[in-house]
Design a protein around this ligand. Structure first.
Ligand code: NAG
Ligand code: NAG
Ligand code: NAG
Ligand code: NAG
Length: 264
């Protein structure tokens, strides 16, 4: 079926006049061009072929559905792009992957991204983003969210606890503050949780012991205090646990020896 769709799309590309194909959904092309126009710098001219003269499904970093000329992924990493993240991307209603890792995107994360109701993977790590993490992001069906190495501040939104599909949540190396919200304990599928190198306060929540899929938990370099909860000993899949550079007290719980997969 997929092959058939693909073949038909290919045929359409070959047979139909170029503009028919391009305009079959002009909102995706417009959204991409608005995104390009909002950039203030593209130092390597990585987006030079982003022009209406070419089918947008062949533009650098753009992936389309095999069945229709709709953008399903946008992957622009390590290109040195500077500018805001344009809210026009909300018009890319088929988008499942948005990966802008390692550029210099500035300003706030547009809360409108929460309206991308097919978005499963959002990676904005290693940029210059500031402001708070919009709680509306939890409206996407995300299974991967990476926002590390930015300048984000404020609280971790408790709404993220409603993203039941989340497997990877990476928020390290920002300036996030406040307690770790107990709603995160609802994320039963979470495998990787990196919260290190922020300004998080309060205790290490005992509910972490209920997140049975966790294999990596990094909490180092925050302002967490009191004791290490014995409940962590229930995490039999845990491979990585970092707690350094906090103000924790008390003994290292002997229960941690039950985490037999622990490597770090
Ligand atoms: C293009 O996509 C938009 C947003 O999903 C939709 O509202 C519109 O009906 C589509 N147009 C065509 C011609 O498919
Ligand atoms: C980011 O991209 C630059 C330039 O492509 C590269 O030199 C650097 O290693 C990348 N950084 C990360 C963290 O991947
Ligand atoms: C982090 O936030 C605190 C206030 O909460 C501020 O004083 C500090 O300068 C910020 N640090 C960075 C690196 O932005
Ligand atoms: C953890 O799980 C136990 C047993 O399933 C339950 O009684 C407890 O309320 C849970 N704790 C949290 C904080 O979710």
């Amino acid at each position: 079926m997929v092959v058939l769709c693909f073949t038909l799309t290919l045929l359409a590309q070959l047979v139909l006049p170029a503009h028919t194909f391009h305009n079959s959904n002009s909102s995706d092309q417009d959204a991409l061009l608005a995104f390009k126009n909002s950039l203030s710098l593209d130092p390597s001219n990585s987006l030079r072929e982003w022009s209406p003269n070419y089918n947008f499904c062949s533009w650098a970093g753009v992936g389309c559905s095999s069945c229709r000329p709709r953008v399903t992924s946008l992957t622009l990493t390590g290109m040195g792009l500077v500018g805001p993240i344009s809210p026009f991307q909300v018009d890319l209603s088929f988008l499942t992957v948005l990966d802008l890792f390692n550029n210099s995107f500035q300003g706030q994360i547009p809360p409108q991204l929460g309206r991308l109701f097919r978005l499963r993977s959002l990676r904005l790590s290693f940029n210059q983003l500031e402001g708070v993490i919009p709680s509306a992001l939890a409206d996407c069906p995300l299974d991967k969210l990476g926002l590390s190495y930015n300048k984000l501040e404020g609280l971790i939104p408790s709404s993220l606890g409603g993203c039941h599909s989340l497997q990877i949540l990476i928020l390290s190396s920002n300036n996030l503050s406040g307690n770790i919200p107990y709603e995160l304990g609802h994320l039963q599928k979470l495998e990787i949780l990196w919260l290190d190198s922020n300004q998080l306060t309060g205790i290490i929540p005992p509910f972490f012991g209920n997140m049975s899929s966790l294999s990596q938990l990094t909490l180092g370099n925050n302002r967490l205090h009191e004791s290490v909860p014995v409940e962590l000993g229930r995490l039999t899949r845990l491979q990585v646990l970092t707690l350094r550079l906090n103000t924790l007290t008390g003994p290292i719980p002997i229960a941690l020896s039950k985490c037999t997969n622990l490597q770090i």
